[in-house]
Design a binder for this molecule. Sequence first.
Ligand code: FAD
Ligand code: NA7
Length: 529
Amino acid sequence: MSTHHDAIVIGAGFGGMYALKKLRDEHGLNVRLFDKAGGVGGTWYWNRYPGALSDTESFVYCYSCDKDLLKEWDFNTRYVTQPQILSYLEHVADRWKLRPDIQLNTGVVAAHFHENDNLWHVKTDTGELHTAKYLVTAVGLLSATNLPDLKGIDTFQGVHVHTSQWPADLELAGKRVGVIGNGSTGVQVITAIAPEVDHLTVFQRSAQFTVPVGNGPVSREYVADVKENYEAIWEQVRNSVVAFGFEESTTTYESVSSSEALAIFERAWEKGGGFRFMFETFADIATNEVANKAAQDFIKGKIAEIVKDPETARKLMPRDLYAKRPLCDSGYYATFNRDNVELVDVKENPIAEITPAGVRTSDGVEHQIDILIFATGFDAVDGNYKRFDLRGRNGLTMADYWKDGPSSYLGVAVANFPNMFMVLGPNGPFTNLPPSIETQVEWSTDLIGHVEQTGFSTVEPTADAEQDWTATCREVADATLFPKAQSWIFGANIPGKKNTVYFYLAGLGAYRNVLSECKDAGYKGFQFS
Ligand code: FAD
Ligand code: NA7
């Protein structure tokens, strides 16, 4: 026996919770939301490692749709920490009365579209069967854990943990700790735990460019001003490129003198913020190798200045372009001046195996470790879509359909997967994410409303529209330097994963225009039956 709903939503993060609210409260649908987590919050339920912080500033890392909530919800630091974001999202679940429709501790193991009844048939790991006309997948783009398969890991006698599955009772004080990975997460966790642990060994595969985050208290006047001006702030965010709450620079690097450029970089370093450093300084750091090199040189100069041991400084010098998701930190490079912190470059000296007592590198040294932290990131964007049995028309599995890299129409829908809408699916915008999540949820739920009103049974994109969108995303990406750096943005972080385009890099403003044009043209590129 299966239970029928109008819509099933998977995921109780920013995306799924908003989709539930819109479908239920504005479109009058009966909705069931499943999450395998034990609480709401998505990313912020899972990622509880020390130092976990949004690097989007507090005032724009939230929903914009609830004006009273914007007035009521307070913040007192420039950025919000994981516990603060989690408590915000828990508050939202209560405030929007979502909990009765959310079923936690319930993983979706299969979702199949059946052509005989035009319904999605969903199976959970609790053995339940559910059907629904619509399926909304808000399964997270940085949510499917990447745990490298290191030789000997099963023999390790200490504790090993991925940063997104952090045990509440993990005691680090006085321990010999190893961290593998130094992306956004690694940089945060390394900086946060170094003062606490007995000894910290950082296993670095690629050195990173990172700038200060600039966190700290904000004044009551600042908060009042933000609240007063939210209308204009969101207007700016929605029409901007990266949606981080600042105006992107329109000045090209080569249009100013080198001393002026240096002053601009210095001001950005002082102010803090990774996206600000990349996009508020000059218009062309992400597109012009000369501008990019200038930013690289500035940060390398800072590394040389900050890090006292020249050999450590050498290892910390990045060798790639400055073209990954820009990082920021609370004292990352200075952490390597501590006596209890050691840096191992695993490109020069690869990890040979994990032993019962620690990590043996190729030079024969066994690094003694009690707790090994994997800050190794995620099988990003399409990862979760391949971790359950998702099938569209004719039993087509998503894993098969996307085996040469994922494709979508506008980041929200996939040909052959009728009545399925994704939040942050492949080839959606690359931005501060809550405003993009809202954009997608509002647009997709409007389309669902349209289908309901017109009485159609199914809606799905045409294969042609999907191919054109994929080509557009490729073209936009190729106009930037991002494809030239190896990172999760292009699937390059996972062995064997297709290195291809996963985002629409033209920005939120342009993306919203494309969505509007599609809708105004009667949902051009979609077919209804
Ligand atoms: P998520 O919050 O990832 O939620 C997805 C949910 O789906 C999860 O709870 C998961 O359990 C559930 N799920 C997945 N598959 C299944 C299944 N088969 N069955 C049941 N449940 C399932 N973004 C920014 O814009 N700014 C930042 O500063 C920022 N910092 C970040 C820091 C970290 C450490 C991480 C990991 C991500 C960060 N992000 C940041 C990205 C962040 O993921 C998004 O901002 C946002 O939280 C995504 O919300 P979501 O609802 O789309 O997905
Ligand atoms: P990232 O940015 O993918 O970083 C993962 C890190 O782990 C990165 O330094 C990787 O090195 C390293 N890594 C991955 N696999 C290995 C193996 N096998 N051996 C050694 N090192 C490895 O993930 P994060 O969680 O930091 O951040 C993801 C996003 O979440 C971030 O942008 C924010 O939006 C939040 P590499 O650089 O690939 O050489």
